[in-house]
Ligand binder design. Structure first.
Ligand code: AMP
Ligand code: MG
Length: 335
């Protein structure tokens, strides 16, 4: 869907579509409606291209798929400097989170296959039933996971044999950073004023709304699909990501198995939280830290977020909200 409205001085262009396996929403404000329409379309294509060429483990030609393929033989794989930098940041966060955040969980996430299981659960009653893997298989998969199995040099990446990357925890945030960089370039000398972009659970505000009012970014209610517990009021460039146990899960014998796995156990993280929202200038950090803090729980997660200069909001399994000071300044609760 593409809409443009205006006539007056400021016009707005919006686009909703799917990319990176999720709903993407883009809105751009500009001074002059006549100038280069369909900018959102170009940006959407950029996100798709980045997924295809770098992040996806499905698209055969992506860097991630190539690194994983080389990993089957324990061989090094040539990558771009940018991609190597990204993996370095992931490895650093693996260390700083004491292993809670780990992009080498590919073998384990593949075993759980929670995307597929959640889809099976959604179409329950017909055909195949959702299943969870047995304990031995989980333990076996864990042997091929761990940040220490990932070696990065300037332009090459080597995974230990059978270790696999899964960049599902950072893709959307990294795409927001990509959009931000391109927007800075594209707006040079043009009439583009501001915008807001959402990719699944990650949102970026860019510059300030032309009418002077703050952006309002809703924080999802983990207990009420489609509902929110409140919103953040933001001005300028910010990224907000939420990780929650309600996003992709399957229930077997009354137990919820969700998509954020604890590398220490091989099972969905049970840290006492249902959702974590991170506010940061960086899309990568907001997305990566939301996953990391979910695994770590309130106390350790709060310390990790603080050490990265990010703001954090937790909703625990009782519905209690805990926030960092900076988050409390931006947050307006609805209950
Ligand atoms: P997010 O929704 O951003 O929290 O990312 C969750 C996705 O990241 C999952 O669907 C997996 O692909 C991957 N993942 C699961 N557990 C972890 C973890 N502990 N560290 C890093 N990535 C993970
Ligand atoms: Mg994440």
């Amino acid at each position: 869907m593409l809409t443009a409205c205006g006539g007056s001085k400021v016009s707005r262009e919006s686009l909703t579509d799917t990319a990176m396996g999720t709903m993407v929403n883009m809105t751009i404000y500009r001074k002059n409606a006549s100038e280069e329409e369909a900018l959102c379309k170009r940006l959407m294509e950029m996100v798709r291209e980045y997924e295809r060429e770098c992040l996806s483990w499905r698209a055969e030609d992506s860097l991630t798929a190539k690194v994983n393929k080389a990993g089957e033989q324990g061989e090094a794989c040539r990558v771009t400097g940018e991609y190597a930098e990204l993996l370095k940041k992931c490895r650093e966060l693996w260390e700083d989170s004491q292993g809670a955040f780990d992009v080498t969980l590919g073998e384990l996430t593949g075993l759980w296959d929670l995307d597929r299981q959640a889809a099976l659960a959604a179409s329950s009653g017909q055909g195949e039933k959702p299943q969870i893997p047995d304990r031995q298989a989980v333990m076996d998969a864990l042997k091929y996971c761990g940040g220490e199995k990932l070696q990065i040099t300037d332009n090459s990446v080597r995974l230990e044999k059978y270790c696999r990357l899964d960049l599902g925890s950072i893709g959307k945030g990294v795409a927001l950073d990509l959009l931000q960089e391109n927007l800075e370039e594209l707006s040079q000398g043009k009439s583009i004023l501001a915008g807001i972009f959402s990719l699944g659970g990650s949102v970026m505000t860019w510059r300030s709304k032309p009418d002077g009012s703050p952006w309002k970014v809703a924080v999802a209610d983990p207990f009420d699909r489609g509902g929110s517990i409140g919103y953040l009021e933001l001005t300028g460039n910010w990224c907000v990501s939420t990780s929650g146990d309600y996003e992709r899960y399957v229930e077997v014998d009354g137990v919820r198995y969700h998509h954020i796995l604890d590398p220490a156990t091989g099972y969905p993280a049970r840290s006492g939280v249902c959702s974590v929202t991170i506010l940061s200038k960086s899309g990568f950090l907001s997305d990566a830290l939301s996953t990391a803090c979910f695994v770590l729980g309130v106390e350790k997660g709060m310390a990790l977020a603080e050490s990265y200069g990010a703001e954090v909001l937790f909703v625990d399994t009782e519905g209690k909200i805990t926030m960092s000071d900076g988050m409390a300044e931006a947050f307006h609760g609805e209950r």
